[in-house]
Design a protein. Structure first.
Length: 173
């Protein structure tokens, strides 16, 4: 690792001051592209979070883009344990891996760098959550190419989960 000469300082870290603005710009760009989409019944931005309610989902579930643990994430959240379990059951029965399913949908969206892992847990606010980290730093969220990547991930996430479990009103139940 290179060392700095004595007295040389690093440029100021602006990520903490620019991140909320950069992230807000990302969310607004996403919301603009998604409003009126046939995929989502509603798209809202509030409290540094984009929330999208899927069309024809019989239960309380939504897709989100937000910041958690200093990273930007796309997620599916629901308060219903059985909806989360129905998704898990489909994966067990088919033998599919969530990351592989997401990767296929990302390729369909034009993103070919590979899917990061998908986490599944119950959050402290008691929401069953499936999430994956977006592949860019929070401070770079304002860049147009990253808005496009976030859009690809969000649409791929929705396409991945739509046929699983009880996510679709017309699905196998």
């Amino acid at each position: 690792m290179p060392t700095r000469p004595p007295g040389e300082t690093r440029p100021p870290d602006t990520s903490s001051t620019s991140s909320p603005q950069a992230f807000g710009a990302l969310l607004e760009a996403l919301a603009q592209r998604l409003r009126g989409s046939p995929v989502f019944a509603s798209v809202t931005v509030s409290d540094q979070r984009l929330q999208c309610v899927p069309q024809d989902c019989p239960e309380d579930a939504s897709y989100r883009v937000d910041v958690q643990d200093g990273s930007t994430w796309v997620s599916l959240v629901t308060p219903h344990r059985y909806l989360s379990q129905s998704i898990e059951q489909d994966l067990v029965h088919t033998g599919d891996k969530m990351q592989d399913l997401l990767n296929d949908e990302l390729i369909d969206q034009g993103y070919t760098a590979g899917a990061p892992p998908v986490e599944h847990f119950r959050s402290p606010d008691k929401l069953f959550t499936f999430r994956t980290r977006l592949p860019f730093p929070l401070a770079a969220a304002h860049r147009p190419e990253n808005a496009q990547i976030a859009l690809q991930f969000l649409l791929a996430f929705e396409a991945t989960f739509r046929p699983l479990g009880d996510m679709s009103a017309g699905g196998d139940e």
